[in-house]
Ligand binder design. Structure first.
Ligand code: HEM
Length: 599
């Protein structure tokens, strides 16, 4: 009974208390039972230290036993253990503290990259607080987890616990049958003819560009991360539930007056409340992941996502209620809307009566469509500001295929090779999901041979323990010099065009997986390419230069000087913004950019 209750991800406190009981209470009970059976009685001055010593001894024995079991299983599979980080303090507490400190100022994912370099391997066991936690930047291991060994992994309990209050039963937070049900429901809405209708993109692109034009006329910079998040949210909300949330009409952060929000700029009003809640939930989920499975210790009395989840639910619940009422009304009147004319929300309301399931699925879709696409557009704008030659070349291609006023079409996107190259190169350097995780199911397994990043002396494959989290890093794999060449950190769209360089990726597609891979590959990939291409065509028809306005960035969002100190390498030595990750990639403090109208 208790076991099944602790398996429900919303009972994370109970699960944590049960773990605590197993560690501290069970050994003491056993010890006292032995004393009682043997009729031994000790004064508490001796009993308490004895209890303590027994708990320590019990825990050490459990860890040793686990090691023995894992070694035995690894041997039986002709595999070896994943190399382990060995800190100076028990439980690698020193490593954990060092990592937590480094997270505050380090370049995105650099904490992990340094560990890989130090240990000269692409897959490592952090063993933080005696818990196995595998990290990998190995493209072969990530491919196995996501695709070829898909059946052996799932999102697992720890990920669901972290996200339950925020994403609940939505597609990102479920496995097996519920996940399949969500995917089957969503798939028809991403069919070719649905996503080739660009009217919605036109409407919200026009609104976004009118805002940019007003700012450009007064030479005022714009905070693009916030602007693009509104563009993608408004477009997605109309696409998914036929309703304009109209966040593009709400007040914007003011240049020179903006302060730091949870991720980007702080905003006010109802949009500010929603954005703050949305971003806080993502931030909390990331902090929980860093702490590991003992995070409930810090939230025993208060779930830090509860308040934020309520703000988000208050936004979505009326929409869900209306969809269910409309469906009931239509049913009574004997009206049946054909599937091609239904919105995703109407379709969801037809498949279930449960408002919570509908809301959770909507929320997952909004998260998927807003932050990811906005992230790519933000980084494209940033990179065009750093590389005016790329902006010029892209603009020339846009004018060649669409002229100065015609909208982009599906066929023109297919022919705009440079556009695709710029988008892919941005996705390579700044994948919107830069870090992700899965959990090995109840049986351990063997990972395939490592990629060629580091020489490996022992040829035996690595053993992946059961019920263990594995974190993988598309951002590190996609910047790995061993796979991409020495210029892996440079922004160079030509690598997607020059046949010799493109060959690398064509013969080894697992080195580029911004949309993930395998059965859970992104369902909105084509929608996203279309939306980004559509927007870029319109943007470049009107604007030809973009300049960063770093003087408007909040001071604490500027890249820290130590990124340029000797011994540092990679993009951090020349980055002009602070990329950071909280479920999705973003720019700390947002990006202030001046747009220059084409003559
Ligand atoms: C540049 C834009 C995008 C990128 C880079 C991206 C990336 C990803 C990635 C990496 C995953 C896998 C996450 C995981 O398994 O943990 C994913 C899943 C998903 N994406 Fe996207 N995405 C983008 C845009 C979109 C859009 C626009 C939509 C919908 C409107 C969407 C809908 C989804 C859904 C529903 C899933 C869950 C699939 C499943 O679990 O079966 N994505 N996306």
């Amino acid at each position: 009974m208790l076991f099944s209750l602790t398996r429900d991800p919303s009972n994370y406190r109970l699960r944590f208390l049960s773990d605590v009981a197993h560690t501290f209470v069970v050994p003491v009970l056993i010890l006292h039972l032995v004393f009682w059976l043997r009729d031994i009685s000790l004064p508490s001055s001796r009993l308490i230290p004895l209890d303590f010593a027994f708990i320590v001894g019990w825990s050490i024995a459990k860890i040793r036993l686990r090691n023995v079991r894992q070694n035995r299983e690894a041997r039986s599979l002709y595999a070896r253990q994943i190399p382990r980080v060995i800190g100076k303090w028990p439980g690698n507490i020193d490593v954990l503290l060092k990592m937590m400190q480094a997270f505050k100022t380090s370049y995105v994912a650099d904490v992990y990259l340094q560990l890989f370099i130090e240990h000269q391997c692409t897959t490592l066991n952090l063993r933080l607080l005696w818990q196995d936690t595998i990290i990998t930047m190995d493209q072969e291991h990530a491919k196995f987890v996501l695709a070829t060994g898909f059946q052996r992994f799932w999102r697992g309990r720890s990920q669901k616990e972290r996200l339950e209050t925020f994403l609940g039963t939505g597609i990102f937070n479920r496995d097996d049958e519920v996940w399949k049900m969500h995917r089957t429901t969503a798939r028809p809405f991403f069919a070719h003819d649905r996503i080739r209708d660009f009217q919605i993109f036109e409407k919200y692109t026009a609104h976004t560009l009118s805002i940019l034009s007003t700012n450009a006329a007064s030479h005022t910079p714009c905070e693009v991360q916030d602007l693009y998040a509104r563009f993608t949210l408004d477009a997605a909300s109309e696409f998914l539930f036929g309703k304009n949330l109209d966040t593009l009409s709400l007040p914007f952060p003011v240049a020179g007056d903006a302060t730091m929000g949870v991720k980007g700029s702080a905003m006010e009003g109802t949009w500010g409340d929603f954005a703050e809640a949305f971003e806080s939930c993502q931030q909390n989920a990331t902090i929980r992941a860093r702490i590991g499975q003992n995070w409930p210790l810090f939230e025993l009395l208060k779930d830090k996502n509860q308040r934020h989840a309520k703000v988000i639910h208050d936004w979505l619940d009326p929409l869900v209620r209306k969809a269910i009422d409309d469906r009931l009304g239509a049913h009574k009147a004997g009206v049946e809307i054909p599937i091609p004319e239904k919105t995703f929300l109407q379709h969801l309301a037809d498949t279930t009566d449960d408002p919570i399931v509908i809301r959770d699925q909507l929320l997952s879709m909004l998260l998927a469509s807003r932050d990811t696409t906005a992230c790519v557009l933000t980084y494209i704008t940033y990179l065009m500001a750093l590389h005016p030659d790329v902006a010029q070349k892209l603009r020339a291609e846009v004018l060649e295929h669409c002229g100065p006023t015609a909208p982009g079409t599906f066929d023109s996107f297919r022919n705009m090779k440079y556009m695709r190259a710029v988008i892919n190169e941005t996705l390579r350097l700044f994948p919107p999901v830069p870090i992700n995780a899965r959990e090995c199911r109840r049986e351990g397994c063997v990972l395939p041979p490592s990629d060629p990043t580091f020489p490996v002396a022992d040829n035996r494959p690595l053993y992946m323990p059961a019920n263990t989290v594995i974190m993988y890093f598309p951002l590190l794999t996609q910047r790995n010099q061993a796979l991409w060449g020495e210029d892996a950190d440079e922004f160079d769209p030509e690598r997607w065009i020059q046949p010799e360089r493109l060959k690398k990726f064509v013969s080894n597609p697992a080195m580029f997986t911004p949309f993930s891979a395998g059965p859970r590959i992104c369902i909105g990939q084509n929608y996203a390419y279309n939306e980004m291409s559509y927007f870029l065509v319109r943007l470049l028809q009107q604007f030809d230069r973009f300049s960063l306005s770093q003087e408007y960035q909040p001071q604490e969002s500027l890249p820290p000087p130590e990124w340029k100190s000797p011994g540092r390498n990679g993009r951090q030595t020349f980055e002009k913004v602070w990329p950071a990750a909280a479920m999705t990639l973003y720019v700390k403090g947002g990006v202030w950019v001046k747009f220059h109208r084409a003559k």
